[in-house]
Each structure stands twice: as structure tokens, then as C-alpha cells.
Design a protein. Sequence first.
Length: 162
Amino acid sequence: MSAEPALTSHIARTVELDPLTLYQLLKLRVDVFVVEQECAYPDLDGRDVEPGTLQLWLSRADAVIACLRLLTDPGDPAGGGPVRRIGRVAVAAGERGQGHAGRLVDAALAIAGDQLCVLDAQAHLTALYARHGFAVAGPEYLEDGIAHVPMRRPASGAANDE
């Protein structure tokens, strides 16, 4: 039996990506959201090319197997600083159930640090995000025919300044 190729984690701004990696990231998102979940929506929404946007992904043998997009939104309406937004979390069908989404969320939260972090979770995935400190922050709603809930992980402020 041959060993499975090692898992490699990556972080980059979209403009730093080589064409093949960008293609693989976008293809995974389309495969999961547009094809598998049958949601015809504009994945290319302009946010990937914003200066503060980061792409996080896992690869195995140079193939992208999971991805996440981390955005910087304008300041918190409650008067705080910038808000980090997690989105476009996708894992290839054959790679699910191995903790890949959780690894990417951990990496995104490490980048977010003490900042408020928000996301719009598919309702059946709220427990995944709750394990990372997120709480439901509003009522369930339908987006592209799939139930979603807004979630947030509060800014930790000075609690980590010890």
C-alpha cells in the first residue's frame, strides 16, 4: 500500500495566485455550490480581488481539495474596527469528513485574531462553526434555496493582551 500524499496548507491574496491554482479554487467552488448544490449564483462577485481578501486552501499532490475565502468588511456597526468575513468554504466530495473545513476555519481565525468574525452558514453546518466559537446572530433565511443563518464570533478585545 502506498501512503496518501501529504496535506499542504496555503494562504495567499488572489492576485498572488498562479493561474492553475486560481482555476482549481474556482472549480472546486463551482463543483460544490453550483453543480452539487444546484445553486446558480454569481460566485465571481468581485470580492475575491479586493485588496484585503485572502484565499486559504488545502492541497494534496498539487490538487486543491478544500478552500475558504477570508474577507475584510467595513467596520462593525456597533462601533468596533474592521470585521473579518469567512465564506466560500468548500471541500471536495471525496475529502469530506476528515476535518478539512475545521482546519481552514482555524487558520482563518488565527489570521482574524481579536477581530470580530462573521459568516453566513448553511443551517445544517452551524455545529461546525459553533465548535470554533461562532454563535447564531439572527434568524434563518433562504439563499439560493438553501437555509442559512448568520453567525458571529465576537472580537476578543483586550482579553488576549496578558
